[in-house]
Every structure is written in structure tokens, then in C-alpha cells.
Design a protein around this ligand. Sequence first.
Ligand SMILES: [Zn+2]
Length: 186
Amino acid sequence: MAVEVYPLLARGVFATFGYFVIDGETGRGVLVDPGAQPGLFLSAARERDWKIDAILLTHGHFDHMGAAGELRDAWSAPVRAHELADRYLLDPRLNLSADHGTPITLAGASKLSDGDRIPVGGIAGALEVLHVPGHTDDSCAFWCEQEASRSSETPSTRAARPDRVPDRGWTQAAREHTQKHSRVAS
Ligand SMILES: [Zn+2]
């Protein structure tokens, strides 16, 4: 069984990658950070016959969760985010959507904690939740040991903070977004 990662660029106010993380054997998996263009993610999953079991959020800013509500309804898949995420998900000012045209809120996310393990299709515990506060209080990274082990750039350490995040084995969304929004969130 192999975890496969498929980035997909959604273009909303910002262009932000979402990541399908799929069990290549079963075609089941999760989607990380659908920020906009829900139809884009729906089409991609339909074309490849993927079954999405959960929507994961690296943090609650609108360009990472803007399409999550619509996709949750379409797939009957829960949204999962860090236990501090509601602060952002329920407040258009804090999730920055109020400043960019359309206020967005997302209620009902189930809570993740540092160290939680998330299955990908039939692969139990494929992703490990790492709480990496900094960009936002609720920022998480999703560590995939199997993906990292396939890379020639295998990390020498098991990083726990963004400044030590290796190039593979992560969704990378937290790091990219920290760079993109540093001026907004600082
Ligand atoms: Zn952000």
C-alpha cells in the first residue's frame, strides 16, 4: 500500500494548493486545505474515482478552508482541524475572509490534537498531526512517514517545527502559507 499525494492549485482571492492524499490501492483518502473552487476538487475526485473520507485543514484562514463546507456536503466527509481552529473558522475577521470580499464561516469541524493519527484509505495512522503554531495558533502539519521514506531527501531528523520541516513527507501547505501571508498575519 502506498500513500500518493496530488497537489491541486485552487485560484480564489489567493492561489492556494489543496492536496489529495490517497491510498493508491483503494482510491480512498483525504483532502487537505480546499481553499476555493470546490468544483475543481469535485471534478478531480470524480475523474479519478477517489472516495474522500475526510477534509483536513492546516489552519483556519479562508484561503485554506473556503471550499471545505461545500465539499463536506458533497462527499458527506467530516472536516477535521486543530482544536484551536474554531477561533478562526467561526470568525470572518480572524479567518481573513471579511477583508477579502465574502465573509466565510465554517461550523462543526471535528477537533484534532498534536500527535493524533489519521488514516488514509486502508492505511491506518498514515498521517500524524503536528501542532505547529506560529502563522496561526491552530496551524498543523500532517506528517507522512511513508511519503518521506520514498524521497531521496529523507529528513535526517523528525522535525517538529516549521523551520525544520523537510521537503517531503508534508503537505507543505503550512510552510507555503506562512510565507504568503506573513505580511497579513504578522
Ligand atoms: Zn494562513
